[in-house]
Design a protein around this ligand. Structure first.
Ligand SMILES: [Zn+2]
Length: 332
């Protein structure tokens, strides 16, 4: 099956996070038919990571994730592009990696493994489970795929997700002195956060804060007893000083609930590849046992997660060559 057919076949199997079983079975069957040894690693009931190899302990691995964000958008194409969910994030990448691995194998290089995780788009559960797989110990380099426009990403920002919750006292809105507004407290905290200068890092760039959700109150004529806001902070430094800064802003006025965190990561720089820092987070921080990480993939993160997701066919072809070149460089 050629590169574009494989991309479309993978895209035509819905695999929104939590529903990756069918695409995992498809990958297992496809890779077995090509002669790969394939292991399904159970992550939860109906969720399996796919681990494939030719020799018993490959030194270089190509990896990405099988899940997508919702909603499922079936594949379509024209001469230049493949459109639909997973085109670049990340089913086109899976197809490019398999094509590259097959090309390397034809040239006699079998020291390559393929790893496809579940749940990257939610909480990297697949990556956290596979981190303890015995094959990790033999892995020297892990080339992860995410849409980087085929540039070699040498750093990725971290993501720190948290909720800020405030509580007050409900009362009739005509008698505000009888109540205590949770929403006004929350607005004060958020205003302070918006005016806080978070650190800049020369390598990773700016720390940015998105107030992504806001929720609270019960009715227009009731002083609100509860409010909460959800924040995603793109980290350019370790989490600890940022967490401390947010805690001190919230202290005495509300509560902080930590949802998840991945630290910023530096990846391997390789001569001869165009390099950049990316702002998004990947499975890489959750797989520290899998050797030195690298990150490269076709397509743009700016169309990933949108209804207009696509990948250029020529970028898929370029990615195959880049993966082949990168693996050869690492193996030598
Ligand atoms: Zn992705």
């Amino acid at each position: 099956m050629n590169l574009f057919e494989l991309t479309k076949s993978l895209m035509s199997i819905p695999s929104v996070s939590g529903d990756e079983e069918a695409v995992g079975f498809y990958l297992r069957d496809h890779l077995q038919s090509l002669g790969w040894k394939v292991e399904l690693q159970a992550v939860s009931e109906n969720q399996n990571n796919v681990i494939a190899y030719l020799n018993d302990a490959p030194g270089v691995w190509l990896s990405t994730h099988m899940d997508t964000v919702p909603p499922f958008i079936p594949p379509t194409e024209d001469d230049e592009k493949i459109y639909g969910r997973g085109a670049c994030d990340a089913k086109g990448i899976i197809a490019a990696q398999i094509t590259a691995a097959e090309q390397l194998r034809k040239e006699g290089m079998t020291d390559v493994g393929l790893l496809y995780n579940v749940e990257e788009e939610r909480s990297s559960t697949g990556a956290k489970v596979v981190n303890n797989h015995p094959l990790a110990a033999k892995c020297k380099y892990m080339i992860n795929g995410e849409p980087t426009d085929n540039d070699l990403a040498i750093g990725s920002k971290g993501t720190f997700r948290l909720n800020i919750k405030t509580t007050g006292k409900a009362a009739h809105s005509a008698y505000p002195e009888e109540g205590d507004s949770a929403i006004e407290k929350l607005l004060d905290i958020l205003e302070d956060i918006r005016h806080t200068k978070f650190p800049h890092d020369d390598f990773f760039g700016e720390t940015t804060v998105n107030i992504g959700t806001i929720d609270g109150g019960t009715a227009l004529n009731v002083i609100p007893p509860k409010a909460e806001a959800g924040l995603a902070i793109r980290l350019t430094t370790k989490r600890a000083p940022i967490e401390e800064a947010v805690r001190s802003l919230v202290r005495g006025r509300g509560d902080l609930e930590i949802l998840s965190c991945s630290e910023p990561v530096r990846m391997l720089q390789v001569d001869g590849f165009k390099q950049k820092v990316v702002r998004f987070t990947t499975d890489i921080p959750h797989m520290p046992n899998w050797g030195t990480p690298l990150l490269l993939g076709p397509g743009s993160i700016l169309v990933a997660h949108t209804k207009d997701e696509f990948v250029l066919k020529k970028d898929l072809e370029t990615a195959v060559q880049l993966y082949v070149d990168l693996v050869k460089k690492l193996l030598n």
